[in-house]
Each structure stands twice: as C-alpha cells, then as structure tokens.
Write a protein that binds this ligand. Structure first.
Ligand SMILES: O=C(O)c1ccccc1NCC(=O)[C@H](O)[C@H](O)COP(=O)(O)O
Length: 264
C-alpha cells in the first residue's frame, strides 16, 4: 500500500534535484539568531513549546491559508512559545522556505525547519534560510543514511529533532546519538492520533537521557498535562494554534511549569 509518506518522499526526490541546481549561499548568522532548543530543554523548568506555522496538511486540508508568517511568529513569541516550527513543504502543506526566511527575519527564537529531509542539500537550504534545528524522520530513512544526515546537520551547527512512531524507530534514533526525540502521536499511514504513543515510548527515552518532545494532536490543557505526566519535556503544536480564536489564552494555558503539574 502506498502511504502519504511514500508520496511525499517521491516529491522530495524531485525537489532535491532542483535544489542541487541552485547556488545555496549560507549567510553568516548574527549571534542573536544562533538560538538553541537544547539549551531551553536543559533548563527543565517549564514545558518547552514549539509552535508551528502550518497552513495546510494532508490529514486536515486547508487549516489557515491566509495567515501571515511574520505576524503569527510574533504572536507565538509574545504569548510564550519557546521555539517556532515552519513547514517548508509546498505540495502537501502549502508552506515554503520563504516562510522560514520571513520568520527568521522577525524573531530570534530557535527555528525548526519542518520538512521531509532525505539529502544534505535540504539541510544546507534550511541553514541558509535561518533554521537552527531540522527534523529527521526515522521512518523516512535507512539507518545508515539517518546517521549520515544527523552528523551532517550537527557538523553544520544545527540541532536535530528526530521523529519516531514505534519502539523499533526509537531504538534506531537512539543509536544515532540523537538528544532530542520527537514522538509523533499521528500515524502517518492512517492519520489517526493517539497520545498513548508518547506514554508508550517515554520511559525508554527518559532512560536513555534524551529529551522528549510530544508532537501532533495536542489541542487542550488536559492533553498537555497528560504528556507532561508521561515525561514530555516539550510539545509541538500546529493545528490548534493555527485555528485558535484566542491564541494568547490557549498558549498561556499550555505553558505549564513542569514540576507543578507533576505535583498535582
Ligand atoms: O499533519 C499531517 O497531516 C501530516 C501528514 C503527513 C506527514 C506529516 C504530517 N504532519 C506533520 C507534523 O508532524 C505535524 O505538523 C506536527 O506534529 C503538528 O501537529 P498538529 O498539532 O496535530 O497540527
């Protein structure tokens, strides 16, 4: 059965060929833009919130097409987000590298290039557009390739969020030495979302001493409490923030002091 991930990766191969034709220039990053999600996670006081700029998605179609990336990024930071994720895929998510650049010019926070990375050239493109962090999806890559891309990103001064959705994938991720593991609560084959995935994988991530980001399907304060109780150090939220009628209230409700929640 062909999955959505297969279709996305097929498009990525074409995109990689196009990028290889481009001259990618990496400007020197001003020091205030060299932001680190890892440092934020190491402080371990509050839940780290990665707020995502996501216009559309394969599972939900159009989410909020007209939103301006600069305005949304400023609101995210003003209301307490610690990092911003920008979907740079165009065919399936209606995003682009121009969105990433626009957000980089607007805020100094750690910036995640959220894409389906299969080649070094995409990592260079992410860096050239101002990212501090890239996503590597274990399900999208052979282990050897995952290790190569991980080392390439780290060697280029980028942090890596490594995404998993099963125990086997988690073991592969840990073998690369990844320090930030994203558990995707969304099954990319069926699109079903279940926060139990975070609960299932959390003990192994914590035992390995890595940081856990719970990704996808987080909509409410109760969802946040549930993943903190499982052991999450951070969350990645897209749709709920992009659709929020009162973004300030929602973001502030989600911003939880970690120890206080665990005491409840
Ligand atoms: O969101 C999708 O439909 C999707 C489909 C196929 C591959 C990836 C997909 N999403 C990427 C993400 O990881 C989410 O954008 C991110 O975790 C935020 O999720 P949400 O808060 O549920 O918007």
């Amino acid at each position: 059965m062909t999955t959505i991930l297969d279709l996305i990766l097929k498009e990525k191969k074409k995109e990689v060929e196009r990028f290889k034709e481009e001259k990618i220039e990496i400007p020197e990053q001003p020091s205030e833009k060299k932001a680190s999600l890892l440092k934020k996670l190491q402080s371990e006081e509050e839940l780290a919130i990665i707020a995502e700029f996501k216009r559309a998605s394969p599972s939900k179609g159009d989410i909020n097409i007209g939103l301006n990336p600069e305005t949304q990024a400023l609101s995210y930071i003003d209301f307490g987000a610690d990092a911003i994720s920008v979907l740079t895929d165009t065919p399936f998510f209606k995003g682009g590298f121009d969105d990433l650049k626009a957000v980089r010019e607007t805020v100094d926070a750690p910036l995640l290039c959220k894409d389906f990375i299969i080649d070094e050239v995409q990592i260079l493109k992410a860096k050239a557009s101002g990212a501090n962090l890239i996503l590597l999806i274990v399900a999208a890559l052979e282990e050897q390739r995952l290790k190569e891309l991980y080392s390439f990103a780290i060697g280029n001064g980028l942090e890596v969020l490594m995404e998993v959705h099963s125990e086997d994938e988690l073991e592969t991720a840990l073998r690369t030495g990844a320090q930030i593991i994203g558990v995707n609560n969304r099954d990319l084959k069926t699109f079903s979302v279940d926060l139990a995935m975070t609960e299932m994988l959390a003990p192994k991530i914590k035992a390995a001493g890595a940081y856990l980001i719970s990704e996808s399907g987080i909509q409410t304060e109760q969802d946040v409490q549930r993943v903190i109780e499982a052991g999450a150090n951070g969350i990645l939220v897209g749709e709920a923030f992009m659709r929020a009628e009162n973004l300030e209230a929602l973001l502030k409700q989600m911003k939880q002091p970690l120890k206080e929640v665990l005491k409840k």
